[in-house]
Design a protein around this ligand. Structure first.
Ligand code: ADP
Ligand code: MG
Length: 393
């Protein structure tokens, strides 16, 4: 199945509605990380060069269907203008008279940004009336918001039923890289899964365990696996409700002959803010201590399959990497992935931040801009925002 590319659309003097993912982390009105804005630039430059009139629509945060200045896209418009080297008109509504007027007056080769689409109650409900009003703003639709492609919302899926619709450059690059993962042979495929919870990622764990040669588990979720295999994990974060999930993944690994690697040494402390840390074997975690990182023996053991891999997928940090005293494992694994000759994909907000912090991002084959979306793609699920862009001829 191929995806319709925006490069094949005749956009000259057309009004093109572009769904972007400008859901960036903010500190008040301060943009903490503009990666997602930068990621949209290739599509926007190409459309402007081809003399399209570009209408941008995005969500930001979870305003839950009502206007809320804390989630306004206004600060994003000025940053985008700087990055693009071209003025960006900001329209303080999504649909309505002002938006219609601004769109009508928008000359080819220019760009405007609509207000946060999640201010509209119809967005997350995929309300056909909102999709219709969005469609009326434009002649064509380009979806470049990979990070929102797993959601069937009015601006990702609904509107694509109503206009000729195409994937943008970022969407196409994400699909290419993630397909390479999904299609890669089992031999040489190594997955590293970490982060806080098993329950967040059970789908991907169950899916990957039969498709990879080795599954390396770290982070908070490893605690649940350790507990399931009979270890005492003290006061570590764990999910008693997910023990049966951990059991299932362990059993599947045995059935399929997948190497399932858990930490054998860990960094422990009495609390997350404590600097009095120790490294112990997983068999020696005292009752009043918690596991916050993987230890050096584990780093070494995980680095071996990573070094030999042909394909790597990594989602979820190996420890509480936000605290310098617990960041060592995640940073070391970042470097091991970067040094590997493998085709490597890193997805997940926190994992990507860790790879950036380690300064190795340029040596990762593909950094996904979508956390949840990349997980669902890797799970082999169909993403509604992508499915609607497929060419059925
Ligand atoms: P991603 O955003 O890459 O998908 P997650 O959101 O699933 O990753 O998980 C990241 C969070 O997991 C981080 O905030 C990190 O502090 C937390 N975490 C990792 N290891 C542990 C641990 N051992 N105990 C508690 N929290 C942990
Ligand atoms: Mg996260």
């Amino acid at each position: 199945m191929s995806i319709r590319s925006y490069l094949d659309a005749d956009v000259h003097d057309k009004r093109v509605l572009v769904r972007v993912d400008f859901n960036v982390p903010l500190d008040g009105a301060e943009i903490r990380d503009d990666t997602r804005i930068r990621a949209a630039l290739p599509t926007l430059r190409s459309l402007l060069d081809r003399r399209a009139a570009v209408i941008l629509v995005s969500h930001l945060g979870r305003p839950k269907g009502t206007s809320n200045p804390a989630f306004s896209l206004r600060p994003i418009a000025s940053r985008l203008a700087e990055l693009l080297g071209h003025p960006v008109q900001f329209v303080p509504e999504v649909v309505g008279e002002e938006a219609s007027r601004a769109v009508r007056d928008l000359a080819s080769g220019n760009v405007l940004l609509l207000e946060n689409v999640r201010f509209e109650p119809g967005e997350e409900k995929n309300d056909p009336a909102l999709a219709q009003r969005l469609a009326e703003l434009a002649d064509l639709f380009v979806n470049d918001a990979f990070g929102a492609a797993h959601r069937a919302h009015a601006s990702t899926e609904g509107v694509a039923h109503l206009l000729p619709s195409y994937a943008g450059a970022l969407m196409l690059a994400e699909i290419d890289a993630l397909r390479r993962l999904v299609d890669s042979p089992r031999s040489g495929f190594v997955a590293i899964i970490g982060g806080a919870k098993v329950s967040d990622k059970i789908g991907v764990l169950e899916h990957l365990v039969e498709r990879v040669e080795a599954l390396l588990i770290g982070g908070g979720m490893a605690n649940t696996f350790l507990l399931e295999s009979g270890h005492q994990i003290g006061s570590s974060l764990a999910e008693p409700d997910a023990l049966s999930d951990a059991h299932k993944v362990t059993a599947l690994a045995k059935t399929f002959g997948t190497r399932l690697l858990l930490p054998n040494d860990v960094v422990i402390a009495p609390t997350i803010d404590s600097e009095s840390i120790r490294t112990v074997n997983v068999t020696d975690v005292p009752a009043d201590q918690s596991i916050f990182d993987i230890g050096p023996i584990t780093i070494d053991r995980f680095s071996q399959p990573i070094g030999r891999a042909a394909t790597i997928f990594w989602n979820g940090p190996m420890g509480v990497f936000e605290k310098p005293q617990f960041a060592h494992g995640t940073l070391a694994i970042s470097r091991a992935v970067a040094e590997s000759q493998a085709f490597s994909v890193v997805g997940g907000g926190d994992s990507v931040a860790a790879v950036e912090a380690a300064g190795v991002a340029p040596r990762i084959s593909h950094i996904s801009t979508g956390g949840g979306a990349s997980l669902e793609f890797v799970e082999g699920r169909s993403l509604p925002g992508i499915e609607i862009l497929e060419q059925h001829s």
